[in-house]
Design a protein around this ligand. Structure first.
Ligand code: PGA
Length: 257
């Protein structure tokens, strides 16, 4: 199955509108040659979403929200819906990031409601999950996280294997750990949804990714790309990560899995 590799920049609660526009200009100049090979999604803060979408018009780079409200209604002060994200230019939305889970005390059922709200609102979910700090990884949590999702929708999602303890560190987890996490997600998806769906889904690693660590993390055919925050806000570093993803993809003799 020939999957397009994937790169995610989650800017969290940073980047003014001016900084966001400057990022886009420099990133496109540096990453342009790789954008046919690698699918890139940038998730700015809500305040910069429309500006980033506007600056990316006519390019293959897409934007996403960092979170969304899990249902209908208007009386949700401070929250954002799939409809408003799409109106600002988003086509993707992140769901399940550890920081959001902890802040909102969300369990897997709450994250599932967000996945479904994203799909119902026409956004493609980027589902982040991994083990809590100090615990083993259990891909079986996908039973709840993907409840009510049909195979076609799952095939169009992106999964980010992101162990909680790997976020904001000086180094990512060892490459073998990242690969094992991604592989176990794909195996679970193959058992539940069949090999065709599992073969289409992009599964990437996130957590303290840097350009220096990218090649080692990408060496396994189980890792379809990388996500970054601190290095995802730096246009030179993020372009270097995208270049590594492109180089890895072009270097493999046969398509993965
Ligand atoms: P980091 O953050 O790349 O700065 O470690 C990753 C994340 O929280 O998604």
């Amino acid at each position: 199955m020939n999957r397009k590799p994937f790169a995610l920049a989650n800017w969290k609660m940073a980047m003014t509108i001016a900084q966001s526009r400057a990022f886009v200009g420099e990133f496109l100049a540096r990453a342009g040659p790789y954008l046919d090979t690698v699918e890139v999604v940038i998730c700015p803060p809500y305040t910069a979403l429309a500006a980033v979408a506007d600056a990316l018009q006519g390019t293959p780079v897409a934007v996403g929200g960092q979170d969304l409200w899990p249902g209908p209604g208007l009386a949700h002060t401070g929250a954002i819906s799939a409809e408003l994200l799409a109106d600002a230019g988003a086509t993707w939305v992140m769901v399940g990031h550890w920081e959001v889970r902890r802040r909102l005390r969300e369990d897997d059922g709450a994250v599932n409601r967000k996945v479904r709200a994203a799909l119902e609102g026409g956004l493609r979910p980027i589902l982040l999950f991994g083990e809590a700090a100090g615990e083993p990884f259990d891909p079986g949590r996908l039973v709840v996280l993907l409840e009510g999702c049909d195979p076609e929708a799952v095939a169009r999602m992106v999964f980010v294997y992101e162990p909680e303890g790997a976020i904001g560190q000086t180094e990512p987890v060892p490459p073998a750990h990242a690969a094992a996490g991604c592989r176990s997600i794909r195996r679970w998806l193959a058992e539940r949804f069949g090999p065709e769906v599992a073969g289409q889904v992009r599964i990437i690693y996130g957590g303290s990714v840097t350009p220096e660590h990218a090649a080692a993390l990408l060496a396994s055919p189980d890792v379809d790309g990388l996500g970054a925050t601190r290095r995802g806000r730096d246009p030179a570093a993020f372009a270097a990560i995208v270049a590594q993803i492109a180089a890895y993809r072009m270097s493999i003799a046969s398509p993965k899995l």
